[in-house]
Design a protein around this ligand. Structure first.
Ligand SMILES: Cc1cc2nc3c(=O)[nH]c(=O)nc-3n(C[C@H](O)[C@H](O)[C@H](O)COP(=O)(O)O)c2cc1C
Length: 368
């Protein structure tokens, strides 16, 4: 049996295989952030596709935290019924598939709009301490809603240049109070958010954290700093850290890193040892996401000590990739070309693969 097919347990959550659908903004919620039938249909296909665990696209914890017009929102109890339907669809049709929802705040740009000061001049330093405290609380309450909605876990978007990452990164954190300056201070917001979440969901509920291995910008954090953040979160009890990287120009960055990674495919491969060392002696599991496309690369990562294999774009063009690789004779690698058209598309339109949209072949098969 391929290692990929072996279960993995986090607390009492039994994940049936090592495929983690990494969070993917769907742009399929309605304009107010409510779950729609279109969104549910996507999760039905992902659930039957065979992944061990799905993480939803980023869901906004505050109105100002919303970064995409049609992303899921979780800043009020009014979103609970839709979220509950999503969790129920995954559980009903996913043959044991587990489901986490990712919570998120887009960061400085959102505060700037809510302060009536959009534009380049607004920085992290301009956020009032009371508002920082309110956002910490909002993360906690959002996590509680995710639990109440019936999800198996809550996932936090701590990467890719959004709010949590902006506090950590010295290039964006220009505060001079207890949230800025030294790494200990820059980490404070992350740790406060973690504690607020844990207070709301309790010790038994899995909390997953997506974080960078490097910011890949001048003046940003490198692996040394992120290993310290990971070690601290692990000691505090975070259940899984999903490794990623970068804060800006992601399409360009991922294309370059992919070339550099060569046959490893996983372009954060180089960070595994440092991160394993960081979480050693704790119960924190590791996932890795970014560029992973073939069975040999996935198995190689598991051998290196990664617990779950994160994939995002391959599941946009082929939601049943896990079933195909695990349970069919067709072991060819994902057909995703990493073109990133999906990434640009979600800024305005619902998520889809623009290279291999399954419905296109259906259309082509019926003459005009
Ligand atoms: C369309 C699209 C939407 C994404 N949305 C999210 C998101 O909501 N949260 C997140 O943490 N990462 C998001 N990402 C990043 C992916 O989860 C993943 O880290 C990245 O695409 C690299 O993995 P891949 O090579 O398997 O696609 C998104 C990426 C794409 C292409």
């Amino acid at each position: 049996m391929p290692v990929l097919n072996t279960p993995f347990i986090i607390k009492k959550m039994d994940i049936k295989n090592r495929f983690l659908r990494s969070a993917t903004v769907e742009s399929k919620a309605d304009i107010d952030g409510f779950v729609t039938d279109d969104l549910l249909e996507l999760y039905y296909h992902l659930a039957v596709g065979g992944a061990g665990m799905l993480v939803t696209g980023a869901a906004a914890v505050e109105p100002a935290g919303k970064g995409f017009a049609q992303q899921i929102c979780v800043f009020d109890d009014k979103f609970l019924p839709g979220l509950n339907r999503l969790a129920r669809i995954v559980h009903k049709y996913g043959n044991g598939c587990k489901c986490a929802a990712q919570i998120f705040h887009q960061g400085i740009a959102g505060y700037a709009i809510s302060y009536g000061a959009p534009g380049r001049g607004f920085t992290l330093r301009d956020i009032r301490p009371d508002d920082i405290t309110a956002t910490v609380k909002a993360f906690g309450l959002a996590a509680r809603r995710i639990k109440d909605a019936g999800f198996d876990a809550v996932a936090v978007h701590g990467a890719h240049g959004y709010l949590l990452n902006q506090f950590l990164c010295p290039a964006t954190n220009n505060r001079v109070d207890r949230w800025g300056g030294s790494l200990e201070n820059r980490m404070r917001f992350t740790l406060e958010v973690y504690s607020a979440i844990r207070d709301q969901v309790g010790d038994g509920f899995p909390v997953l954290w997506k974080m960078n291995t490097s910011d890949y910008i001048e003046g940003g954090n490198e692996i040394e700093q992120y290993a310290r953040v990971a070690a601290t979160l692990a000691k505090m009890g975070v259940d899984l850290i999903e490794l990623t990287g970068g804060v800006e120009k992601q399409a360009k960055l991922r294309a370059r890193l992919s070339k550099e990674a060569g046959e490893h495919e996983a372009y954060f491969y180089w960070a595994i040892n440092a991160m394993k060392e960081a979480v050693a002696g704790t119960k924190t599991a590791l996932a890795m996401t970014g560029g992973i496309r073939s069975l040999p690369a996935m198995e190689g990562l598991l051998k290196k000590g990664v617990d779950l294999i994160g994939i995002c774009r391959p599941l946009i063009c082929e939601p049943d990739l896990p079933n195909r690789l695990l349970n069919s004779p067709d072991k060819r690698q994902s057909k995703c070309t990493s073109c990133n058209k999906c990434l640009f598309h979600i800024a305005r339109q619902p998520l889809k693969c623009l290279e291999f949209d399954p419905f296109r072949s259906v259309l082509a098969s019926v003459s005009r």
